[in-house]
Design a protein around this ligand. Structure first.
Ligand code: 13P
Length: 275
C-alpha cells in the first residue's frame, strides 16, 4: 500500500527500527526492491534523486513506483530525495510523491530554514510530510566532511520549519568510501532525544553493519542506500551474456541481485516482519 513519509517513519519509531530508503532509477530497480519488501514483509521507502525530476526520467518512473506501491501488501512511501528546489518538489507532488525532501543544507542556517519552511507549508497543504537536512552530507570525493550537525542547530531547524524528518551529518558521505566511516553514535542519541523529527542517515552504502545497527539503536529511523543499489544492478548487467537479446530476460538476474541487496539491508535495519 502507498503510505506517507511521516506514517512510515512513525512505524519505525514505535518499533525501534529504521526504514531502508532505496534510490531507484528504472522499472527493474523498482521491481527488485518491491520483491524484497514483499518477501521480508517490510515497510520500505522508494526514492529518486532530484535530477530525475529536473529531467524526464521521473515522469516515467513515478507511475511505475506508484502502481507497484498501491498493489503491494506492505507499506511503501514514494519520496523525492535531495529536492533541489520548489520546481522539483512541485513536480514530485504532481507525479504522486508521498514524501518530499528539500535540501538547502549548503546554505546558511537562516536561508535553509526560510526555504524549508516554505516547502513544508506547500506540501502540508496536500498532506505530504517533508524531510530537511542540517549539516551538509557531501560526497566521499569532497576534500573535507564539514561540521557535524549539532543538537542546538537541529533543534532550532526542526522547531522553525516543522519538518517531519531530519537528515543529519554524523560521519557518512555519499558514494563508495575510500576509508571506513566512523559514525558519531552519541551525537545521534543526543539529537534523537532533543528533536521531534525522525532522524535520517544518508550515505548508507558501505557503512559497516555494526555501525548501522548502532545508529539505529541510537535513533536513526531512515537510512538511504543509493550507490550500492546501482552496483547491485550494474554488476549483474555487466556479467550477463550478450546472447540474451530479449531485454526482459536479460534483466532477470539484475533484478534478482537488487532484490538480494534489498533483503540484506531490510534485515540489517530490523525492518523484516514490521509491515
Ligand atoms: P549512498 O549512495 O552513499 O548510498 O547514499 C545515498 C543517499 O544518501 C541518497 O540520498
Amino acid at each position: 500500500m502507498l503510505v506517507g513519509l511521516k506514517e512510515i517513519l512513525d512505524m519505525a519509531e514505535a518499533g525501534g527500527f529504521a526504514v531502508p530508503a532505496f534510490n531507484v532509477y528504472n522499472m527493474e530497480t523498482v521491481m527488485g526492491i518491491v520483491e524484497a519488501a514483499e518477501e521480508a514483509k517490510a515497510p520500505v521507502i522508494i526514492q529518486s534523486y532530484s535530477r530525475l525530476f529536473t529531467n524526464k526520467e521521473g515522469y516515467y518512473v513515478s507511475p511505475i513506483v506508484l502502481a507497484a506501491a498501491k498493489a503491494a501488501s506492505v507499506p511503501i512511501c514514494f519520496h523525492l530525495d535531495h529536492g533541489a528546489g520548489k520546481a522539483e518538489a512541485t513536480k514530485a507532488l504532481r507525479w504522486g510523491a508521498t514524501g518530499i525532501m528539500i535540501d538547502k543544507s549548503a546554505c546558511e542556517l537562516d536561508e535553509n530554514i526560510a526555504y524549508t519552511k516554505d516547502i513544508v507549508e506547500m506540501c502540508g497543504a496536500v498532506g505530504v510530510a517533508v524531510e530537511g537536512e542540517i549539516g551538509h552530507v557531501g560526497s566521499v570525493n569532497d576534500e573535507s566532511m564539514g561540521e557535524f550537525t549539532t543538537v542546538d542547530e537541529a533543534k532550532t531547524y526542526v522547531d522553525a520549519t516543522g519538518v517531519a524528518a531530519l537528515a543529519i551529518l554524523v560521519g557518512t558521505a555519499h558514494g563508495r568510501y575510500k576509508k571506513k566511516p566512523n559514525l558519531d553514535i552519541q551525537r545521534i542519541a543526543d539529537i534523537h532525544s532533543a528533536v521531534s523529527a525522525h532522524l535520517v542517515l544518508h550515505g548508507g552504502s558501505g557503512v559497516p553493519d555494526d555501525q548501522i545497527q548502532a545508529a539505529v539503536k541510537a535513533g536513526i529511523r531512515k537510512i538511504n542506500f543509493g550507490t550500492d543499489v546501482c552496483y547491485s544492478f550494474l554488476d549483474k548487467v555487466f556479467e550477463t551474456s550478450r546472447d540474451l537479446i530479449a531485454i526482459d530476460l536479460f534483466m532477470k538476474d539484475a533484478i534478482e541481485n537488487v532484490k538480494k541487496f534489498g533483503l540484506e539491508k531490510i534485515r540489517l535495519l530490523g525492518a523484516e516482519n514490521k509491515a
